[in-house]
Design a protein around this ligand. Sequence first.
Ligand code: UD1
Length: 347
Amino acid sequence: MNRRKILSVVGARPQFIKAAPVSKALAARGGLDEVLVHTGQHYDDNMSGAFFEELEIPAPAYQLGIHGGGHGAMTGRMMIALEEVMLREQPHAVLVYGDTNSTLAGALSAAKLRVPIGHVEAGLRSFSQMPEEINRALTDRVSRWLFCPTPGAVDNLAREGMTQGVHFVGDVMYDASLMMRARARASSTILARLGLAAGCFQLATLHRAENTDDRRALARAVRYLDAATREAPVVLPLHPRTRAAVAGFGLALGAIRAVDPVSYLDMTALLDGCSRVLTDSGGLQKEAYFLRKPCVTLRDVTEWHETVEAGWNRLWGNADYRPRQEIAAYGDGHAAEKVIDLLAAEL
Ligand code: UD1
């Protein structure tokens, strides 16, 4: 077989985590070459470089250095640069991950050039107007391979008339989480560095636009986390966007313990050691479930309904969890291999 070239587009923190197991599976498979493109959406070392090292992702072949600005400007600048790269590289397929502006830019650039697209984490819906919902729905619409993390995602696509090229493969973040948990237990020192005892603290993250871009919304979220400190200390690795918003709106964090963003290894260790998770992140809601930690989602909707149905996650507007049950919604920890098997068979 002639060698086939896959161009993968990553840019933001959760995409590095998703791309890691897929890159690994791709490298292990004969006949496929990967060209990794980093849009530059996340650029601080603790938001990007550290992830590449720990997750053993090869250095990107292209670093586009595009970040900041409005959503349209950021996505547009990425498209201009990605189109050039795709024209030069002539890939047989493009892989995009999740629902960030980098995802949409990669998908639209490839679609205009008629390069077939594989969307890893296809079919999720929160039924809201969040920027991520726009990104994921449009990306699904132009993708040839829709790699779904859950059976529910397959149903969502079917409701929108998408049944061709739809595959339930499981969640690549589950693959990554399994890979990292053992390593975090063996080598992370974050609990000792922060002086935390396992089981005696809560882990929080807060960065989504709906919570950070409006003073009242951010004040509400901060108040919620501050109130939670009455139960156990709350450790909050602070996204740069949230840090800037807190300062800009003149808010105080009260008893919340803010720390700099942490690497994926350290995040896994914090998750493994905490008593509860409080977050507006999509990824962390799931990772909390993978490690069977109760989670409160600081949002009014979630695209990860299964974690709520399983009784481990609740939206902050709901006082109680549903009864706990085991669900097998996220696959068997080999989602990335399935993605690569399907691509290799069809290219
Ligand atoms: C993006 C994704 C979001 C994902 C999140 C993960 C979109 C629409 N949103 O949101 O779905 O959950 O990534 O973290 O794509 N910044 C820095 N240093 C960095 C990265 C960002 O200072 O390394 C600053 C940026 O300059 C910007 C702000 O943080 O002012 C927000 O960054 P941006 O990439 O626009 O979106 P995220 O909030 O990170």
